[in-house]
Design a protein around this ligand. Structure first.
Ligand code: CU
Length: 419
C-alpha cells in the first residue's frame, strides 16, 4: 500500500513540475521574452551552482566511504590475496587521483568561465604537443598497470608445487562436491558417462564401469521386454525403441572406455589413474590446512559455474569438459578470522559466481581452514569413507556366504555416508 502511495506522489510531483514549467514558459511569452534567450542572471546562477556542486559532490562521496567502508571484505586470507589487494589499491590510487583532478577542473571551469559578452573563446584547431601529451601520459600509466597486473597474475597462476594439498571442486546445478585423493595420494580418472546415483563425479574404476554396464543392461532388458510382450501404442513403441537404441549406444561408449582403461592399466601398471579412483574421498565438505599450498582442480558437470572464494581473493571458472586450476595458500584459519571480524559465526565461503540457473544464489559451500594437525585429523577421518569400499577381508569359514546383493547394498551405504 505504501509503495502505491509513493508511486502516486512521484507521478503527481512530475505532473506539478511539468505544469510549473508550462506556467514559466507562458509568463515569459507574455513578457515578450524569447525562450532561447538566457539572461545574465540565469547564467550566473548556474555558474554558482556549479561551484556549490563541487563540495556537495565530494562531501557525499566522502560520506559514502565513511558510512559504507566497513561493508568491504575483511583482510585477505591467502598469500596471493595480499598481492591482489595491493594491485587493487594501486589502481584505486590512480583512479582517485584522476577522478578528483578531472572533476575539480570540470566544475571549477564551468563556474569560472561563465558566459561574458566581452570574452571570446580561444580556438585551437590543432596542437601536436598537446596531442602527444594526452596520448603518452595515459598510455604510460596503462602500461604500468598492465605490466604490474600481468606480473601478479603470472605469480598467482604459476604451477603448484608437487607437495601442494590436492582438492577437486565439482560444480553442477546447484551444488558443489569436493574430492580428495585417498591413501595412494592421487586422484582417479573420471568420465561423465559413469555418473549415477552412487558415483556423482563419474570416477572410473573397474567396479564403477562394471556397475554402470550392469545398470544399462538391466534398463535395456526392461525396454526390450516391454517392446516384446506388452501392447503399447505405436507412438509409445517408437519412443521406447529410440530410447533403447540410445542406451545401447551409451553402453558401447562405456565398453570402449573399458578397453581404453585396460590398455592404460596394462601399459602403466600402478601409475595408471584408473587404479587411483577407488580410495578417493568424495565429500560435501571443503577443508584446507593453513600455510600450506593448495592445488584446486575445478570441473563442472553441466554449465559454466565459477569457484569464488572472496576472502581468499580467488576466482576461477568451472567449465564443462575441462579442468581449470587455482593455486593458493590460506594464511588465516577460520577461528582466527572469527576474531579478526569479531563475528563468532564467521565462515569462509565458496560461492558460484556465474549466474547458472534458478538456484544459483544457493550454490555455496563453507570452507574450513584449520591448522595442520586439525586438518590431518579431519583428512584421516574422511579417508575412512572412500568412494568405493576396499574389498572385504575373506569371511571366517563359519559365517554364511555373502551374496552379491548384500555387497551392493554395503557399497551403496558407503557412498550414501560420504554424501
Ligand atoms: Cu553455478
Amino acid at each position: 500500500m505504501s509503495k502505491l502511495l509513493i508511486l502516486i506522489v512521484v507521478v503527481l510531483g512530475v505532473l506539478a513540475i511539468a505544469q510549473l514549467a508550462r506556467v514559466y514558459e507562458l509568463t515569459s511569452r507574455l513578457r515578450g521574452k524569447r525562450e532561447e534567450e538566457i539572461s545574465d542572471s540565469d547564467n550566473h546562477f548556474n555558474a554558482r551552482m556549479m561551484w556549490l556542486f563541487l563540495p556537495v559532490y565530494f562531501g557525499f562521496f566522502a560520506w559514502l566511504m565513511w558510512a559504507y567502508g566497513d561493508k568491504m571484505l575483511p583482510v585477505a586470507a591467502s598469500e596471493h590475496g595480499v598481492e591482489t589487494d595491493w594491485l587493487m589499491n594501486f589502481n584505486w590510487a590512480i583512479l582517485f587521483t584522476v577522478f578528483i583532478i578531472t572533476n575539480v577542473l570540470l566544475f571549477w571551469f564551468a563556474g569560472k568561465y561563465v558566459y561574458s559578452k566581452d570574452r571570446r573563446a580561444f580556438w585551437q584547431p590543432h596542437n601536436n604537443k598537446l596531442e602527444l601529451a594526452w596520448t603518452v601520459a595515459p598510455a604510460s600509466v596503462l602500461a604500468v598497470i598492465i605490466i604490474y597486473g600481468l606480473n601478479t597474475w603470472a605469480a598467482i597462476t604459476a604451477p603448484a608445487s608437487p607437495e601442494a594439498v590436492q582438492v577437486e571442486l565439482y560444480g553442477r546445478q546447484f551444488d558443489w562436491t569436493a574430492r580428495y585423493p585417498g591413501a595412494d595420494g592421487g586422484m582417479g580418472a573420471t568420465d561423465v558417462r559413469l555418473i549415477n546415483g552412487t558415483n556423482p563425479l563419474g570416477i572410473v574404476t573397474r567396479e564403477s564401469v562394471a556397475t554402470r554396464l550392469a545398470e544399462l543392461d538391466k534398463e535395456i532388458a526392461a525396454g526390450d521386454s516391454t517392446l516384446a510382450h506388452e501392447i503399447i501404442s505405436e507412438i509409445k513403441q517408437a519412443e521406447l525403441t529410440e530410447q533403447v537404441e540410445r542406451l545401447r549406444r551409451h553402453k558401447q561408449r562405456i565398453i570402449n572406455l573399458r578397453t581404453l582403461m585396460e590398455h592404460d592399466i596394462a601399459e602403466k601398471g600402478v601409475a595408471s589413474t584408473y587404479l587411483h579412483g577407488a580410495d578417493d574421498v568424495v565429500i560435501k565438505e571443503f577443508h584446507l590446512p593453513v600455510h600450506q599450498e593448495a592445488k584446486i582442480m575445478i570441473r563442472s558437470q553441466d554449465v559454466i559455474h565459477s569457484v569464488y572464494l572472496p576472502h581468499m581473493r580467488a576466482q576461477m571458472n568451472a567449465v564443462p569438459g575441462m579442468t581449470t586450476l587455482i593455486k593458493m595458500t590460506p594464511t588465516i584459519t577460520t577461528d582466527s578470522m572469527r576474531l579478526v571480524t569479531k563475528n563468532e559465526a564467521f565462515d569462509y565461503i565458496l560461492l558460484c559466481n556465474k549466474i547458472c540457473g534458478a538456484s544459483h544464489y544457493n550454490m555455496q559451500m563453507p570452507l574450513v581452514v584449520t591448522d595442520a594437525a586439525a586438518y590431518d585429523t579431519w583428512y584421516a577421518e574422511a579417508m575412512t569413507k572412500p568412494f568405493q569400499a576396499p574389498p572385504a577381508a575373506p569371511a571366517p569359514p563359519a559365517a554364511p556366504a555373502v551374496d552379491s546383493t548384500v555387497v551392493a547394498a554395503t557399497a551403496t551405504g558407503t557412498v550414501a555416508q560420504v554424501k
